[in-house]
Write a protein that binds this ligand. Structure first.
Ligand code: ATP
Length: 242
């Protein structure tokens, strides 16, 4: 499968999005640095040179856009498992798209897609994982972050990239076949906020409650103060510790 390697790119997602008509399933792109790495809703993904993993992966998804719901949870599981096979313990997942360790943000996932309702769609799955943050690079990160360097100084970045790509190959086939089903339990085992007080931010609206994991559709479950258990899903929601 083609792997595009770059010293510097705007964003690895953008590279694959631009050539999506030519891409085959499993085609990937990695860069040593990104000048315009991004998170959700245009936020910046801080991407300094030669020290982290910035990786994007192309997939033409036959079952169409509606069936993509929950994919970022499956990808979170696949990234956590890839890290675990290389000896990284206690990786946690924050709904819907973040990797955590020791209560701080270790990595993020950004899935972007193109397509029409009812037709196969083209997906670019981006992942950024902090391996060894250089001095001064984190000044623009406006929340607690972590890398792997203190704990695992010998972690091999190339080995991690290979493991992630192989695991995505396998896991996306699984997702294509049976959706989130085989991932739900694996996600719950790594839930950063299980049974913790949280806030859900939805634009102007804020909901406060206790996080109770995810349902089979990948929605986040919140126990509300009145005792009701409610499922929330969709793109414009952020989960925070209360
Ligand atoms: P949400 O819960 O809505 O996803 P988020 O703050 O996790 O909110 P993302 O879009 O997932 O937002 O990621 C972008 C945010 O991640 C940035 O605004 C910044 O706070 C943080 N961030 C940026 N670069 C890094 C990095 N290299 N490591 C850790 N955190 C980062």
């Amino acid at each position: 499968l083609p792997v595009h390697l770059f010293w510097q790119l705007g964003s690895t997602n953008d590279f694959l999005l631009k050539r999506r008509h030519l891409c085959v399933n499993g085609e990937s792109c990695l860069a040593e640095m990104q000048t315009q790495g991004r998170g959700r809703r245009g936020r910046e993904w801080v991407s300094p040179l030669g020290c982290h993993l910035y990786l994007s992966y192309f997939w033409r998804f036959e079952r169409g856009m509606l069936a993509v719901a929950g994919l970022s949870l499956a990808v979170g599981v696949l990234l956590a498992e890839s890290l675990e096979t290389l000896g990284v313990k206690d990786v946690r997942l924050k709904w819907p798209n973040d990797l955590y360790r020791s209560g701080r943000k270790l990595g993020g996932i950004l899935i972007e897609m193109h397509g029409q309702m009812g037709e196969p769609c083209e997906l670019v799955i981006g992942a950024g994982i902090n391996i060894s943050m250089p001095e001064g690079a984190a000044v623009r990160i406006d929340q607690p972050w972590i890398d792997l360097a203190d704990d695992l100084p010998d972690l091999d970045r190339t080995a991690l990239a290979c493991r992630v790509l192989a695991h995505l190959d396998q896991g996306l086939g699984e997702f294509e076949q049976s959706g989130l089903k085989t991932f739900v339990e694996r996600w719950r085992q790594r839930d950063q906020y299980a049974d913790k007080p949280v806030q859900l931010l939805m634009g102007e609206r804020k909901v406060v409650g206790v996080a109770r994991g995810i349902d089979e559709g990948g929605n986040v479950l919140i126990a509300l103060p009145d005792g009701q258990l409610k499922a929330f899903g969709g793109g414009e929601i952020s989960l925070r510790a209360d």
